[in-house]
Design a protein around this ligand. Structure first.
Ligand code: ARG
Length: 400
């Protein structure tokens, strides 16, 4: 135990178990943060060059391994595993700045991973948007057919949402990048250690701040909100009622009882995980709320929701990319649904506006013809701009 010198007796097993952190996933990041700290110690002459080399070597081995379960947390595990030189490594640092440093590296990596998965999903959508730039489909408001659009245009709307998600993950990564090393437990250290690159300005804030984790969870919650809307559309489109698309067999499931079924479980689970993602953000906000500065053990609760979210982000984006790539569109059904002349009622009103009729009068005239069953659609005019060019521009922005 790192603090055995202060506490006379062993911890009760119940207490030990209760306090144990579920943080094994932090191992390679804590090794990286520990190496940074060791370099500072070496620069101050507290570790010899040989000791630094030993630490470096040992950390590289540890980073690839697993954490033994009998430690309070990953930090105690690493210190113990460093052996004799481990007894020197904690000079000028505390687990408070250590855990914050490691967790920041973790969150930055999770953001980079989310970005890669977003690119993968966007590339799948963009390939389809390109192919279906001119494929007509009805556009909806209130889930009622509204005006004709194209499948490409609709898919590009999904990409816009994902592009904003990308920016949110990039913001979270930037928030995670300053280093809390040097803050010690809360008030720095008397040792002459050089500050780490990009050191945080205030030692209390450095060990207390978890905004970067909240930013990550927020980015993920908004992403999942988008995935749930996309998932819902995929569920609708692949239903017999819409019949716009068929699910690819490598991304759909059967029923254990009903032999005929193909179910959109991927789309549904993406939709379902949105609730969980929102809950994790709300949970960490509630944990941090009202905590006095600087560190409090409550903050140990910050990691499991972030770990789980990272898995869900990669999992959902990867599976949805497969689904979208394999989706078989029924262009005939889409065209039939889009060809209801009434979907051009707004265009008809705009034709009258072009002839000088005030819009409200035009709206009333067209509505009257719809009611009377005498509506005549106007000759079609472009409304959406060049969808193929928009898809090409999006591919350019995403680098795919
Ligand atoms: N396992 C702890 C956490 O995740 C590490 C910091 C513990 N610090 C302390 N002073 N008890 O937050």
């Amino acid at each position: 135990m790192l603090w055995a010198g202060r506490v006379g007796s062993e911890l009760a097993p119940e207490v030990r178990e209760f306090l144990r952190a579920d943080d094994a996933e932090l191992l390679p990041y804590d090794c990286a943060a520990t190496l940074l700290h060791a370099q500072r110690l070496a620069a101050a002459g507290i570790l010899t060059p040989e000791e630094l080399e030993e630490v470096e070597h040992r950390l590289a081995e540890l980073a690839d391994g697993t954490v033994a379960a009998d430690h309070e947390d990953v930090h105690s595990y690493i210190e113990a595993e460093l052996g004799d030189v481990g007894r020197k490594i904690h000079a000028g640092r505390s687990r408070n700045d250590q855990v914050a440093a490691a967790f920041r590296l973790y969150v930055a990596d999770a953001c980079a991973e989310a970005d890669g998965a977003l690119v993968g999903f966007a590339a799948a959508i963009l390939d389809r948007a390109d192919e279906e730039a001119e494929t007509p489909m009805p556009g909806y408001t209130h889930l009622q057919r509204a005006q004709p659009v194209t499948v490409g245009h609709h898919l590009l709307a999904w990409v816009e949402m994902l592009e904003r998600d990308r920016a949110r993950f990039a913001f979270a990564a930037a928030q995670a990048s300053p280093s809390p090393l040097g803050a010690g437990a809360l008030a720095g250290s008397t040792l002459p250690l050089p500050p780490p690159p990009n050191a945080m300005r205030n030692s209390l804030d450095a060990v207390a701040d978890r905004d970067f984790a909240l930013d990550y969870l927020y980015a993920a919650a908004v992403l999942f909100t988008h995935l749930s809307r996309i998932g819902e559309e995929l569920v609708l489109w692949t239903s017999a009622e819409f019949g716009f698309a068929r699910l690819p067999e490598d991304a759909s499931t059967g029923s254990s009882m009903m032999p005929q079924k193909l179910n959109p479980d991927v789309a549904e689970l993406a939709r379902g995980k949105a609730g969980t993602a929102l809950g994790r953000l709300a949970g960490l906000l509630a944990t941090v709320k009202g905590l006095p500065l600087a560190y409090d053990r409550d903050l140990q609760e910050d990691k499991p929701p972030v770990f789980a979210t990272r898995r869900d982000v990669a999992g959902a984006l990867g599976a949805l990319a497969v689904l979208v790539r394999g989706l078989e569109l029924d262009r005939g059904r889409l065209a039939a649904a889009a060809s209801d002349p009434l979907l051009l009622a707004t265009d008809a009103a705009e034709a009258l506006v072009r002839d000088g009729v005030p819009f409200r009068d035009a709206h009333e005239q067209v509505a009257a013809s719809v009611r009377a069953g005498t509506f005549q659609p106007p000759p079609p005019l472009p409304r959406l701009g060049d969808v193929a060019a928009a898809a090409a521009a999006a591919k350019e922005r995403w680098g795919c």
